[in-house]
Design a protein around this ligand. Structure first.
Ligand code: SF4
Ligand code: SF4
Length: 167
C-alpha cells in the first residue's frame, strides 16, 4: 500500500507498532553532532516527499491544527475579506499554551479533494509541516516522534533513519 494512501487510524497504528525502534533512534540521534542529524533528516525528507503526494493524504489538515501567529491571522483575514476579530471568533480558540489554534478538525479550509482553499495564504506552520527539513532537528525530536503518528512522510523518514543506523 503506498505510504500516502493509508488512513489516519492506520498511520497511528503503524507508528505505535514501531514506537520503541523510533524512540531508540531518537536517543541515538541526540548524541550525534547537530549538523550530521540535520543532514540525515534532510536527505530522508527529500526522498520521502519525492514519493509521497500530500494531496492523497491530508492527514495533518484532518487531525491537527497549525498555530496561528498574529501575522497569519492578519493575512488570512485580509484574504477572506473579513475582520481579524471575525476570523478569530469563527475559526479559532486559545489552546492550553495560549496559542491560537483551529476550533475544529478537519481544518475548515480543507476541501473534499484535499486541496487547501487558502493555500497561498495558509499559516506559516502549515508551510513548515512536518518540519523535517528545518535546521536543528535535535530540538524537535520528541515532536517528530509524535508526528510519525499523523504523517506518513515522517514515519517513512524515521524508518529510513532506523535502517541507516543499523546498517
Ligand atoms: S490552512 Fe490549509 S494547509 Fe493549513 S491545515 Fe488548513 S487546509 Fe491544511
Ligand atoms: S505533510 Fe504528511 S500528513 Fe500532511 S499531507 Fe503531507 S504526507 Fe500527509
Amino acid at each position: 500500500m503506498p505510504f500516502s494512501l493509508i488512513s489516519t487510524q492506520q498511520q497511528r497504528s503503524l507508528a505505535l507498532a514501531r514506537k520503541k525502534s523510533h524512540q531508540k533512534l531518537m536517543r541515538q540521534l541526540a548524541t550525534l553532532p547537530a549538523r550530521k542529524v540535520d543532514e540525515r533528516f534532510h536527505s530522508a525528507h527529500e526522498e520521502a516527499f519525492a514519493e509521497i503526494d500530500c494531496l492523497s493524504c491530508a492527514n495533518c489538515c484532518r487531525t491537527t491544527s497549525p498555530l496561528f501567529r498574529e501575522a497569519d491571522i492578519r493575512r488570512l483575514a485580509r484574504h477572506l475579506r473579513i475582520k481579524e476579530a471575525e476570523l478569530v471568533a469563527q475559526y479559532l480558540h486559545r489552546d492550553e499554551d495560549g496559542d491560537w489554534v483551529l476550533r475544529q478538525a478537519p481544518c475548515p479550509f480543507l476541501g473534499t479533494d484535499n486541496h487547501c482553499s487558502v493555500y497561498a495564504e495558509r499559516p506559516l506552520a502549515c508551510r513548515a509541516y512536518p518540519h523535517t527539513d528545518r535546521k536543528q532537528m535535535q530540538g524537535i525530536l520528541t515532536l517528530t516522534l509524535k508526528n510519525a503518528e499523523i504523517c506518513p512522510a515522517v514515519f517513512r523518514i524515521l524508518e529510513q533513519l532506523v535502517a541507516e543506523a543499523s546498517a
